[in-house]
Design a binder for this molecule. Structure first.
Ligand SMILES: [Zn+2]
Length: 77
C-alpha cells in the first residue's frame, strides 16, 4: 500500500504553523528536514493539520492517539 497521498485535514502553511505553535519558517524547516509531509503544489503548500497537532501533542506530553481518530497512526505493520 502506497503512503498517504491526501492530508486528513488540509491546511495552508500559516494554519499549520498556528496549530503547531511555531512560525511558518519553522514549518518550512521541518519540511526540508523531512519531519513533516508537504502536500499541495509547488506554488501552494498544504499540510495535514492532524500531523501538526500530533507533533505539538508529542512535544507537550499529550497522547497523540487522541488527536484525530480518523487518521490515528497505527504501529508499523
Ligand atoms: Zn486526521
Amino acid at each position: 500500500m502506497p503512503g498517504r497521498r491526501t492530508p486528513c485535514r488540509p491546511v495552508p502553511t500559516e494554519l499549520a504553523a498556528l496549530a503547531a505553535g511555531v512560525a511558518p519558517s519553522t514549518i518550512r524547516k521541518w519540511v526540508s528536514r523531512g519531519k513533516i509531509t508537504r502536500y499541495g503544489t509547488t506554488s501552494r503548500a498544504i499540510f495535514d493539520l492532524c500531523e501538526l497537532l500530533r507533533i505539538a501533542a508529542e512535544r507537550d506530553g499529550f497522547p497523540t492517539a487522541d488527536v484525530c481518530p480518523d487518521c490515528a497512526t497505527t504501529p508499523s505493520e
